[in-house]
Design a binder for this molecule. Structure first.
Ligand code: SF4
Length: 346
């Protein structure tokens, strides 16, 4: 399928207007103050699917506990997961540590600057490689995240889905044509485009009157852009787990699957109990909407190798837990210390 090409624009004018605006309006962010390759690597992993304001305290705690690639590479996986607790999508934390280890084994402890080498690191895809090359090494390479995609689609009035290979290709060409044709300069331009998308060119009600590139922007209906392919239908799932207490300890099971390897969960209940759940919560996961039901159960006669008792006084500090199970355990520990009731907690 042929896609419309972006409307030609004046890259130098747009670039200088964007960069001037950026120097005046850029937010102060910890990874921007000192964009060392390691700080940029960590921030880019954390920012995947997570808001800047949520990431800032996690980033600060992370840099204080694991200040270098070396400390991260040598850390226990359980410490890495605990520090990530609350950010979700734990595969990012495991990939970040695996990337640190690969940097030692394959790149002499130095984060590579070349996007092709960066893409050899676990968890580093096309966008993240471009972002690290631009922000950490100031290279003029494109890095298109959701904010930049929105700005470019509106700037060029791109009337096709942006989340297809051909749509992304058109936006990449637009980004390339805006980048300086020199050895450096990727940091300011990429940062400016991203910040414009975050602060002014928002999905709803963009502040076009304040936009530094308004006179070059081709769209007349920004809220209709960017166009995306139809979303996958949300699928409802039910997860059943057990609340098993003995001697003021709770039984948890360590996960071995790809997505939640190393995390601890309440034991999953394979056979549906006949009783009413004592706790329920709903959480999203990719295109699933999962309802977690927790049922009280007696201790089992024997434990599986991946089972372990955790004292309820320290389980929340000790065990890295996915958010929904953490919520359940916190609520049920609180309920355990209260007079008994018969209602479901959620
Ligand atoms: S003029 Fe409006 S739609 Fe165009 S880039 Fe600026 S904020 Fe976005």
């Amino acid at each position: 399928m042929q896609h419309a090409q972006p409307i030609p624009f004046e890259p130098q004018v747009i670039r200088s207007n964007l960069e001037l605006w950026f120097t005046q309006h850029a937010r102060v962010l910890p990874w921007r103050e000192n964009p060392s390759p390691y700080a940029v690597l960590v921030s880019e992993f954390m920012l995947q699917q997570t808001q800047v304001t949520t990431v800032i305290p996690y980033f600060q705690r992370w840099m204080s506990q694991f200040p270098t690639i070396q400390t991260l590479a040598a850390a226990q996986e359980s410490d890495v997961l605990k520090l990530w607790q609350g950010l979700g999508y734990y595969s990012r934390a495991r990939n970040l540590q695996a990337a640190a280890r690969k940097i030692f084994t394959d790149f002499h402890g130095q984060i590579p600057s070349n996007p092709l080498d960066l893409k050899k690191l676990p968890g580093v895809g096309h966008y993240t490689a471009g972002a690290i090359a631009a922000f950490a090494f100031d290279l003029p390479v494109p890095a298109i995240d959701a904010n930049i995609a929105r700005v470019l689609a509106r700037l060029t009035d791109f009337q096709h889905p942006i989340d297809t290979p051909s749509g992304l290709d058109v936006l990449t060409q637009a980004a390339k044509s805006l980048l300086p044709q020199t050895q450096k300069g990727g940091r300011a331009l990429t940062g400016a485009l991203m910040e414009l998308g975050a602060l002014l060119c928002s999905p709803k009600r963009p502040r076009c009157a304040d936009c530094p590139i308004r006179s070059d922007c081709k769209t007349t209906n920004p809220e209709n852009l960017p166009i995306k392919s139809p979303k996958k239908k949300t699928v409802a799932l039910l997860e059943k787990a057990l609340w098993i207490l003995a001697n003021d300890s709770v039984l948890l099971t360590q996960q071995t699957g790809k997505r939640s390897h190393g995390l601890w969960k309440l034991p999953i209940c394979e056979i549906p109990p006949e009783t009413t759940p004592i706790f329920e919560t709903i959480y999203p996961f990719t295109h699933h909407r999962i309802t977690l039901h927790v049922f009280a159960a007696p201790p089992p006669n024997s434990l599986d190798p991946q089972d372990r008792w955790f004292p309820i006084s320290s389980v929340l500090e000790e065990a890295p837990l996915p958010a929904a199970h953490r919520r359940a355990i916190k609520t049920l520990i609180h309920a355990h210390s209260q007079p008994p009731t018969h209602s479901t907690i959620s």
